[in-house]
Design a protein around this ligand. Sequence first.
Ligand code: ADP
Length: 242
Amino acid sequence: MEEKKLLIEGRRLDGRSPDQLRPVKLKAGVLKRADGSAYIEQGNNKILVAVYGPQELHPRHLQQPDMAVLRCMYNMAPFSVEERKKPGPDRRSVEISKVVREALESVLFLNLYPRSVIDIYIEVLQADAGTRVAGITAASVALADAGIPIRDLVAGVSVGKVDGILVLDLNAEEDQYGEADMPVAMTGRDKRITLLQMDGHMTREEFRQALQLAMKGCQQLYELQKEALREKYSSTPKEVTG
Ligand code: ADP
């Protein structure tokens, strides 16, 4: 692969230090017609998440008699990447939908809603690496916004290796030219890992350090998740005057 220097005097090309997240904006409840929603900007990523349910699942033969079915649809808009992406599902989005569903499933109480469905739609409007994990961070907030009971929030971030150095929250350039990319998602309170993937190579020691770095990033994202929910739910309604 083409070589590209990604670290200059310990700084990344976007000015960050190796252990720094991209700037994050996270907001709960941005869509009126979904049961729950959230919007996240993380660096140049822009992702909208909508949650519907729990509601009765149709057709009925898809229903589970003792629990709800959780469905997750990850979709990248045609205009989300440099070259227009062909609309519709592809192998990558099917895989991401599956791992995101699995990353969130364990914090839900699906047995509370027999014969029902909970749908999570992750719409990537602009992509710049780490969209699956940013999607998970926003999806947890959207689930909470929908009033669906959850054990914990799940936050995700990717850790990678560029120019031999471990870095937090890869951007697209680092993802493309770096030596490793490891998306991780974990619960906010007790740090249980619900997603871990790896593309590239790390030594055992690097892997250990990468997990520590991911944990630090997820903790920061967890604080932002709680803040986004507080912002929506703890403010007193403004009085309409005039
Ligand atoms: P993630 O977004 O979760 O990191 P990948 O590692 O598969 O998932 O993708 C990394 C980045 O590569 C994406 O965020 C996006 O910026 C870019 N990318 C993915 N698919 C495409 C595509 N079909 N065309 C152009 N860029 C893409």
